[in-house]
Structure formats: C-alpha cells, structure tokens
Write a protein that binds this ligand. Structure first.
Ligand code: KIV
Ligand code: NA
Length: 263
C-alpha cells in the first residue's frame, strides 16, 4: 500500500490490511521487501526501543528520529508516525509544529489516540494535507486514567461512546481507525458502521486489518503473553542461542579462522 487511497480500496474490496510496528532502518529494509501493507512507527518505541514502562516517555524528537530511520529503509511502504503523549494537546500552533516534525521526518500520516478534544485538530490536520489515523479502545497514553492496560468497551455505555467516537473521527476526516483491546462484537459493529477501515489489535477477527508490535509478534518480548498476541518466531530464545554460539566460538578459538582473516 502506497497511499491512503489504498486503505479505502482495500475496505471496498473486502481485503484485509496488515500493519506492523517498525522503529529502525534494518527492520524497515526487511519489511520493505515483505508483503506487509503498512508500517507504524508507534510510540510503543518508548517501551520496545528505550525500555520505558509505558508510552508516556515517547517524545516528538524520538518519534521523528525513529520515523526518519524507518523511512530510509521502507521503500514504497506507507509509513504512519504516532503523535506521542501530550504532543497534540498543547494548542493548535504547538500541535501543528509537532506534526510538521513527524511529517518532515518522512511519515505519510500521523496517528493520535482518542476522540475527546481531538476532533477539531483532526479536521484541521486533514485540511492541512496531513492524513490522520485514529486510535480508540485501549489508548495506552491514557493508561493512568484508564487504571491499567485493560480491555475497554465492556459495558453498554462505554460501547456506545466508542461507537460515537469512531463516527466522529471518520466525520473529521480520519482515513482509518485502530481499535485496541475491545470485545470482538464491538469491533465488528464499529467496522460495519464505518466507511474507513478499522485496524485491530486485541479486537477480534472482524476488523478490516490487524496490527502487532514487531518485537511482540517475533517473540522477542520475553514473558509478554496477552491473549490477543500470536508469536510467529521464538525470537528471544533463538537469538539468545545465536549469541551463545558466537560466544562459544570466540572463547574456544573456533572463530575467527584463516577463512575469516586477511593474508
Ligand atoms: O504504538 C503502537 O505500537 C501502537 C499500536 C499498538 C497500534 O499504537
Ligand atoms: Na501507539
């Protein structure tokens, strides 16, 4: 997928959209030659790349730096950059300056969390030529307000609110909406109610697409086993074994040999 028009087309043709997070040049190069539809430079990089406990520590500078690195390796893949915690709640001029940094780092679109207080900004960004992806349900930047990383939209009132917010984001011009950790039934209803595609994570099989955090799906995030996650590689153990093989060969003198040496 190369533009937001492809998101629209996929929804019309009933074709699922695959999205994965990416934070660096090396993985972007691999992904650029894969069939994955689009890359998200998620603010989850605060956790995966920088070791913080939540995404609150992601800054605009971090997002711009990682976005630029990803874009250098991403070829013609569509790249979405997250707007980090607080960066879109500071008034229009400051918000726009931050968005400008992410877009000039090479993102093709930005993503922001929640609808309350963001609708006017989404409209303004879209009118300014910046495609916006929404994000509803479990919005990790609000982890302290939500009281933890919990499934959202459990009761009817919360479900009604999320449904309304999805429509508000669509009306404001969002080209797609991430639904994170909501019951499958709610995600299905929202997906059916929207013209723009939904991208699920912990939102069941009926969204228009799916996103996973790269380190999580590669099994590199040791001990992280939420219900929604499927791992496609035993990254942590496999890589640990590889490093141990290298250590073994270095310490026993098996590497390097003549073969890897200059005469
Ligand atoms: O930052 C992130 O990785 C995300 C996805 C999980 C949707 O926002
Ligand atoms: Na994010």
């Amino acid at each position: 997928m190369k533009t937001i028009l492809d998101f629209h087309e996929k929804k019309i043709k009933n074709q699922k959209i695959s999205m994965i997070t990416c934070y660096d040049y090396t993985f972007a190069r691999i992904l650029s030659q894969s069939n994955i539809d689009c890359l998200l430079v998620g603010d989850s990089l605060a956790m995966t790349m920088h070791g913080h406990k939540t995404t609150l520590n992601a800054s605009v500078n971090m997002m711009a730096l990682h976005t630029a690195a990803v874009v250098r390796g991403a070829g013609d893949k569509f790249v979405i950059g997250d707007l980090p915690f607080m960066s879109y709640r500071k008034g229009l001029t400051a918000n726009m300056n931050y968005v400008e940094k992410i877009m000039k780092a090479g993102a093709h679109a930005v993503k922001l969390e929640g609808a309350a207080g963001n609708i006017e900004l989404v409209r303004h960004l879209v009118d300014s030529g910046v495609p916006v992806m929404g994000h509803l349900g479990l919005t990790p930047q609000s982890v302290n307000q939500l009281g933890g990383f919990k499934v959202q939209g459990r009761d009817e009132k919360a479900q009604k609110k999320i449904k309304e917010q999805a429509l508000q984001l669509q009306d404001a011009g969002a080209f797609s909406i991430v639904l994170e950790c909501v019951p499958s039934k709610l995600a299905k209803e929202i997906t059916a109610s929207l013209e723009v595609p939904t991208i699920g994570i912990g939102a069941g099989p009926d969204c228009d697409g799916q996103v996973l955090v790269l380190q999580d799906m590669l099994g590199m995030n040791e001990g992280f086993k939420p219900k929604f996650l499927k791992t496609y590689f035993n990254g942590f153990e496999t890589l640990k074994d590889v490093f141990n093989d290298y250590h073994q060969e270095v310490t026993t003198g098996a590497f390097p040999t003549e073969k890897e040496s200059y005469s």
